[in-house]
Each structure stands twice: as structure tokens, then as C-alpha cells.
Ligand binder design. Sequence first.
Ligand code: DGY
Length: 321
Amino acid sequence: MTARPRILVTRKITDPAEARLEALFDARFNPKDRTYSGDELVALAEGRDGLLVAAGDPLNAKVIGALPDSVRIIATLSVGHEHIDLDAARARGIPVTTTPGGLDNATAEMAMMLILCAARRANEGFRLVREDRWTGWTPTMMLGTEVTGKRLGIVGMGRIGQALARMARGFSMEIHYHNRSRLAPEAESGATYHRDPDSLLEVSDFLSLNCPLTPQTTGFLNVERIAKLPDRAVVVNTARGGVVEDTALIAALRSGKLAAAGLDVFTGEPKIDPAYRALDNVFVMPHLGSATREARDAMGFKCAENLLAFFEGREPPDRVA
Ligand code: DGY
């Protein structure tokens, strides 16, 4: 490397990650964390060799098509990459990298938290206390369901799914999963593989969505699939909102077919379907799955590692396009 590569970092990221980038590159940061429009992004990319972007940045075909020729790589601070039109990037010959690994535990912990909070009616309990409506203890007040001994169905047994399985075993849950391919026995650790997702649904007292959003998984949890779940099942989603059909999930939560849901991701977020806010049996979080110091540092370091590899003429380790 001769001159330090010039990069644009579109969002405020953690101080240790910014320090790492600053040491390696001529980095332009966004200290006020403004959300850039597509046009702003294109303008700010002028003269930059690489972009470090994040979920929510509008890297659609139009924006990628308009990026200045100086931009030779896009590193996203996320595992999901649905905000980037990969075909458009390929057409421009711009490699795209993601950040697998560093957020596995954080996201799995969020899924476990959603499982517990949904099972134990945390939303209702929290509101009762906060709104000063709690009138006293009774033996039958707000009874939830235990996770101990229950079957947890995991859709998408990648790194996050496997981390969740490890945690859920600590709660004595029985692990079942569906994945495109079956894991090796060591990784499976006794979990039961279901080649057919519908057979997984039939046994899932708790169902956790941990798959990427792809054309195949979009709308995965629809009316027909919800009908296959045991009555009073609990659904949690830390993947992407688009994996669920909102109207189907909301109807099942209203009818009592499902006991509860724990949701960290939503279609159209932050503008979520308002029905979720009105449902007592839904525990919601604002897409905080990977929002830990540890995970966000690791994600920033991963971006730095991928950018450095590229600028040094090596294959970036986490390239997806
Ligand atoms: C991810 O890495 O995909 C997280 O959901 C943040 O976007």
C-alpha cells in the first residue's frame, strides 16, 4: 500500500472500531450519525476508495449505479445485506463484505431473552408495574409457561442458530432445527434435524427464526405454517421482519392460536405494524439483536479486516459478492 486508502464510514460506530479504521485508513466519519439519503451517499463517496455502510443505508441499484468510479469496495457493518443490491454491485465489479461471527452471541442472547420474556408475559408485567396498575399478588396472576423441557424449533441453523441452541440447552430445552443442509454431528450436538420445515413447525412449542432474508424465506411464517404450530406456541424473530407475514402473525396472536411472540425485527421498521403495539402478548425490541459493545466492536473490526485485505490485494475474508 502506498497512500492510505480513503474510506467513507456512513454511520457513527464504536470508538474502538473508529480508532482501528483511523489507524489503517484515511477515514471520513459521521460523528453526528446523520442518516444519508442515496444522493448524499453518492456525493460523499466522491474520491473515496471504499465505503463502510450499515443496515438501513439505501444501497439500491440506482445508488450503486451512480457511485463514483473511485469506490472499489463496500463493507457493511452487518450480517444481513438486504439493504445492498448485490447484483448491482457485481455489475459494477464492486465486492461487498459482511461481518459474520462477532454478533452471534449477542443475537442469540436476544433470541433467548425474547423467548423468556414472551413465555413469562414480560410485556404485561412490565406495563402493570410501570403504569401503577398492580394491585397485589394472587396465585393465578399472569401465569406464563416454562421453557424447561419444551421443544425449541430453530429455522436457520447458522452460527446464530447454533449459539442459541447452546444457550437453550442450558434451559433444558429440546432442540429441533431446519436448515438447508444438515449439520455435522458435532455441530448438531443431539439436535433433531427436520429437512421439511413443516415437520419442524409441528413439534415447535417455541419457534425461533434465525435465517437470512432471501426470496425463499420471505413470508416464510404465513397462515398455513402458523396453523402447523402446536396450539399456544411462542414465536420469536431476531432475523428479519420480512420472514414473517405480519397479518398472519397478528391474527394468530389475537385468536390465541399463538400464546405470545417476541420480536426484534419488523417489516418496514422503524414504522412497524401498529397492531403489534396494541397486543399484550407481544414483547417488542427495536432491532437490538447485535447491539452490545462486544458485538459492535467485533463488527467494526471485521469491516476493517475486510477493507484492509482488499486494499492489500488479498481476498476479503467475508465477501458475499
Ligand atoms: C445484522 O448484522 O444483520 C444486524 O441485524 C444489524 O443489521
